[in-house]
Design a binder for this molecule. Structure first.
Ligand code: MG
Ligand code: MG
Length: 269
């Protein structure tokens, strides 16, 4: 079942996604070597509640935390822990909130300052691929057009691997709505994109092989070869005048500029 949103609903979803964006920006200010992901998670939960929202992931199918925090070879769905951050870590942070009955959903991979150029390039390309996908999120296209653009950019042009087991999704009153939005696929295939459809577009891109495995915690998805993986996500409304990105990574970029322990992964749009 695909739910198309009204103008009013899309404005409510913009508010939900603004809170997600500001929460991720708050995280970007407090991420430091020597802290652990549980501390960040606790602070994010307080931030969301202080701003009138509810954590969207906590309790979802039993997930135990506010944030998914996936470090280095973890792709997504990492559970915050006592493990302390080091200056060569990357951490993909996925944040969901519920506000006014609607979910916001966005993600960003942060990098501490001593990552290798190779890893920095993975992050930059993954972030760029998100916008390649969004550029195809227009009325009359199909989901496969979004999928194709992401896959082509990451695999054909840059030689990375797209994770197949996890995909983007519709989002609204439910965290996961139809349709699925794979990060791989063929142009002109899949459901048609119509006005009012809101999609969470979220490339998950591996430096090495595309295969993944699940940790025995029942949640964390790891790359099969132990190489790093990156994840960037926006919630995007399909509108008559083009894709309307409801989440806003610019808040995060501003915070990163003020935190000298985190690398600026800027891209030209
Ligand atoms: Mg997400
Ligand atoms: Mg999502």
């Amino acid at each position: 079942m695909i739910y198309y949103k009204t103008n009013e609903e899309i404005e409510l979803m913009r508010q939900s996604n603004l809170l997600v964006s500001k929460t991720l920006a708050h995280i970007a200010e407090i991420l430091k070597v020597g802290k652990n992901s549980k501390q960040i998670d606790k602070s994010a939960e307080e931030f969301i509640k202080d701003h009138g929202g509810k954590p969207g992931f906590k309790g979802y199918r039993g997930f135990p935390a506010t944030l998914c925090m996936s470090i280095n070879d973890a792709v997504v769905h990492g559970i915050p822990s006592d493990r302390v951050f080091t200056e060569t870590d990357i951490v993909s942070i996925d944040c969901g909130v519920v506000l006014n009955g609607f979910y916001g959903d966005a993600a960003f991979t942060f990098a501490f300052k001593n990552i290798t150029p190779e890893v920095r390039r993975l992050l930059k390309v993954t972030r760029e691929s998100l916008y390649k996908g969004i550029s195809a999120a227009v009325i009359g296209n199909r989901v496969g057009d979004i999928s194709f653009h992401i896959q082509h950019y990451c695999e054909k042009i840059h030689g990375y691997s797209i994770v197949r087991e996890l995909v983007g999704h519709g989002v609204g009153r439910n965290l996961h709505e139809d349709p699925e939005v794979p990060n791989f696929g063929q142009r002109g295939k899949g459901p048609i994109l119509k006005d009012g459809l809101v999609l969470a577009i979220e490339p998950m891109v591996n430096l090495g092989v595309r295969g993944v495995k699940q940790l025995n915690d029942g949640w964390t998805i790891l790359t099969k070869d132990g190489k790093p993986s990156a994840h960037y996500e926006h919630s995007v409304a399909i509108r008559k005048d083009g894709p309307d990105i409801l989440s806003d990574h610019s808040y995060i970029d501003e915070s990163i500029k003020k935190n000298d322990e985190i690398v600026d992964i800027s891209i030209n749009l």
